[in-house]
Ligand binder design. Structure first.
Ligand code: SAM
Length: 406
């Protein structure tokens, strides 16, 4: 073995070790796959130190400069493979190719299994084919097609792993999943994306119900093609403050222009959050209890001028009800590492909405904080309400997703 090869192997071993130490890698099979697959061959233009850093490698942007293709961050790849639970002999479909993850999947299924990876972008499939061949993974099938429709030619699959943010669980994915199969998908719900691992339960005559077994907050490029679900931005102060809504989300309320300029009602919760602590679970809690939930984004200028004072400027919880808007705000806590969460509301029913928001922050703090994410149960859209589990739900293009907090 040359010195260069020894150096590359040492980088790969170091990355694998650090992913195991962080807990991103846990099962023996996935650790072995990470030790084996030469990631540098899938990002041939990057220096080897970059190839073996725990970082995403961006491969392509669209004309507006938005990233549309990448080789994913190793820690996220590891977490998702652990969620997927791929075993030897499995038939696996990967939606969104890069080559690297498909090679790891190929190691996991072994010679008895089968891996198909599909991508909508011909540049990506061409690159994936070439790099998989160069690294010795000629057995992986690569196809250019819109992942929204799965890949019926190789179905059924024991596992489907989607590596691009989806706003829905496409009907084809469920149809092409074998009985007892699992799908792992980065699903965007109310402004947040979670990689959720769902197991399929199919009873005779039913299209199948998906039950989540795990979820991890994550970020991916957005899906293109027939399943593209771009978020909508509704400006409430031109060029300064906007509300972000899921593609399928309907906001029935109508805010009056200039509502943010009305005197606010502000309430504080005494709930402290570490400056580095994530708002994700609190946001999901609020999204599931308030029908008018949306995400507020503001420019630096809007915050500086004190027009809005959101806890998170680039995307914080907000609720719109009739002509009133409320959102989470924060103020310095007793120590420099903590902030206190509160609510700020404007409009005719501001006092009540600010109080309700704070009451829900307190409920989350007492009942949910520090506990695992809820279970998500997914039924086809149109399922009679009597067949759905009790609990708050979100609707997407083809699904009703019930959130079971208990
Ligand atoms: C994050 S990259 C995939 C990373 C890859 N799995 C790896 O091994 O690192 C996401 C990919 O999804 C692809 N994509 C976007 N929309 C798609 C669609 N509708 N069907 C299939 N692929 C899609 C993009 O072209 C992009 O290459």
């Amino acid at each position: 073995m040359s010195n260069d090869q020894r150096y590359v192997e040492s980088l790969r071993a170091a990355l694998t070790g650090s992913l195991a130490d962080q807990g991103a890698l846990s099962s023996e099979a996935v650790v072995a796959a990470f030790r084996t697959v030469p990631r540098h061959l899938f990002v041939p233009d990057a220096p080897v130190e970059v190839a073996y850093a725990d970082d995403v490698v961006l491969m392509k942007r669209d004309e507006a400069g938005v990233p549309i293709s990448s080789v994913s961050q190793p820690s996220l790849v590891a977490l998702m493979l652990e969620q997927t639970g791929v075993r030897r002999g499995h038939r696996v479909l990967e939606i969104g190719s890069g080559g690297y993850n498909a090679a790891l999947l190929s190691e996991l299924v072994g010679p008895e299994g089968e891996v198909t990876t599909i991508d909508i972008d011909p540049d990506v499939t061409e690159r994936a084919r070439a790099t998989l061949d160069a690294a010795g993974y000629e057995r992986v099938r690569v196809a250019r097609t819109d992942g929204q429709f799965g890949y019926p030619e190789s179905a059924p699959f024991d596992r489907i792993i989607v590596t691009v943010t989806a706003g829905d669980i496409a009907p084809a994915w469920v149809d092409q999943l074998a009985d007892g199969g699992r799908i792992v998908v980065p699903l965007r719900l109310r402004g947040q994306t979670r990689s959720i691992g769902f197991d399929l339960e199919r009873s005779p005559g039913s299209a199948g119900v998906l039950w989540s077994r795990s979820s991890v907050v994550c970020g991916f490029v957005s899906m293109q093609g027939a399943g593209a679900a771009h978020e909508r931005l509704v400006e409430i102060e031109p060029d300064k403050v906007a509300l972000q809504l899921d593609a399928d989300q309907v906001l029935e309320a109508v805010l009056l222009p200039g509502v943010l300029r009305e005197t606010p009602e502000v309430r504080w919760s005494r709930v402290l959050l570490g400056r580095e602590e994530s708002f994700c679970q609190l946001d999901l809690w609020l999204a599931s209890v308030f029908p008018g939930y949306c995400v507020l984004t503001a420019t630096r200028r809007a915050v500086k001028s004190r027009l809005v004072r959101p806890a998170l400027r680039w995307g914080g919880s907000a609720v719109v009800r009739d002509a009133t808007i409320g959102y989470l705000t924060s103020q310095p806590g007793p120590t420099k590492n903590a902030v206190e969460i509160g609510a700020r509301a404007h409009g005719p029913d501001a006092r009540r909405l600010a109080e309700e928001l704070v009451a829900q922050v307190l409920r989350w703090d007492e009942e949910r904080r520090g506990r695992p994410d809820p279970v998500f149960v997914v039924h086809p859209l149109g399922t009679p309400a009597t067949d759905l589990p009790a609990g708050p739900h979100f609707t997407t293009r083809s699904r009703v997703i019930t959130v079971l907090w208990d």
